[in-house]
Design a protein around this ligand. Sequence first.
Ligand code: ZN
Length: 644
Amino acid sequence: MIYILLCIASAIGAEIDVNTFSNYIEVSQEHVHIEWLLDLDEQYINATSQSIFRVNCNTLKKINLDIYQLSIIAVYLSSSGNVLQHEIIKKGDQSLLQGDVLSIQLDRVYTRGEYIKLNIKYNLDSKGARALGFLTKEQTYSKSVPYLFSQCEDNNCRSIIPLQDTPSIKVFFTATVLVKDPRINVFITGNKLYNMKFKLLNNYENLQALTLYQFELDIKIPAYLIGIIAGEVVEKSTGNGTYVIAEPHFIDEYAEELSDLPVYMKKMQEYIGPYIWGDYKIVILPASFPFGGMEHPLLTFASPTIIVGDKSGVGTAIHEIAHSWVGNTVTGRNWANFWINEGFCVFLERKILSRLNGLDSVKLDAINGNSSAFTSMQTFGLDNSFSSMHPNTTNRNPDEATSRVPYEKGYQLLTYLESLIKEDPFQQFLRDYIENFKFQSIDEDQLYQFLLNWVRKNKQEEAQRIIEEIQKVWKKWVYTPGLAPITIDVSTPLFTEANNLAKAWIDGKGQVPDKANDFQQYKPNQKSVFLQYLIDNYKDVEASVMTKMDEQYKLTFYKDQKTVYKWYRLVLLVKYDQALEGVHDFVSKVGVSSYLKVLYDLLGQNYNKQAYDWFDENKTFYHPVVVQAIEKILQKYPKKLIVE
Ligand SMILES: [Zn+2]
């Protein structure tokens, strides 16, 4: 009884993570080291992890870790080599959603303040490890070497390392990676080491023939920020400690597109304070990478869809840079507080973009973002907790709750707070917030209390009024599903122009409107507003309008993926069959989850046969998390038998 009370006490006042099976409150992981021997041809990894745990309660007998489809060979104490008993506790219907428990029986009772160091030997392969995308050599540009990349967020790290897979726990992360083919270069979250600092945990036959890489990160991170790529990749400096990594064929083109990385870093630091992580490296992945970007420290991942040719897609790079402060330095404690990462990140991203492209352009981004958040809310249901900033992910794979909602409602909340507190003091608030919570994982209530105290201390006679305004909306903003309780001002003539042009096309019923050529001058975010108007009013868009518009703008096979994705949404809604081959081409070349989920949903509704045929064709190209998501969507639209 005392044991239970003592362990729970440390968690009182803070939200727990409902998406981990680990006993992370009783015992916390402090350090994770992995040693992996990669066989990319066989899509197989021979793995050992070594972890240090700190005991937080008076009697600890077991350590429970998260695992997903891992094959565990042995668990033993690092110091003595003594084997510890372990069992896999199957979690029934959660097994394929969130995984199972690796329960380790300790050799004795451990007490508060003691440390335990364990090794776990295990294997991974392409079937179980849903965090890993294994590409065959044929799927790469050079077609000579296979390629591997990971995506651990939300809780997929447990499919590659047995650990406490929760953003509540931050660990020091180090790694040794061994490869058989010397052409394979490896990058993993952390600084590459050249002095072979870590002793090998295993003996390897033909060690001389293997190439070894070691990495170390001296700032603690949560499991979801661990990332790896391995393949024929090279890095190129873009100046001032920034680098681009890609397949050799693309490196010059990508480095050119991202040549302003040092500018973005400088602008971000001018606004929010010093960058503490060392170098900044961004990998442009092969097309099957499922997200726009992923913010692993020192190893940002980005989709090749951000490379448009005119630097118009680089907002993603700015977003990922912003995560170095919000998300990576101060982290949301669980998936319900994901907005603490993303809402703040979008705020910083748009702050910098407004300085580069002007405020009107950023307002268009906010309008587009809100419209995609609203589309997700309609899909979830307007009163579903996933349509709130604080989704209830109990017994769910938190990936299912992923949408623009926390990004945009979080951004809108911060923009509202800035309007109350005023721009310069709010910048100071953000800097103080980072300083106060750096290296911690927090929840919305900690942020809320800090905010109120900050206003009390720094806003003198205005403080009381501002606090009352915040108190009126905060909990509603965070917890109530649907649109934000207060609408922020995003009015801009750019929005009105784009909508008027779209309306003129609909009204023209196939006639080309007077100002039709304005479209070519629009930036992608204004094109997106134009297309969104047509999507929102698709029932009024006649076939002749689609034909003429496609003739005029050549939208099918457009270069910018964000624009063409919206065009294809419209194509599928109005059943403009002439552009269907374009959709086919797109879903076969772009692996971004958010695009594919929407397109397969529309295909399922309107083009059932193509939905199933194209999914079958491309299953091996998509990342495993995307395959799972599309399978779930297609369940809504059972395969129809076509009788010819
Ligand atoms: Zn983000």
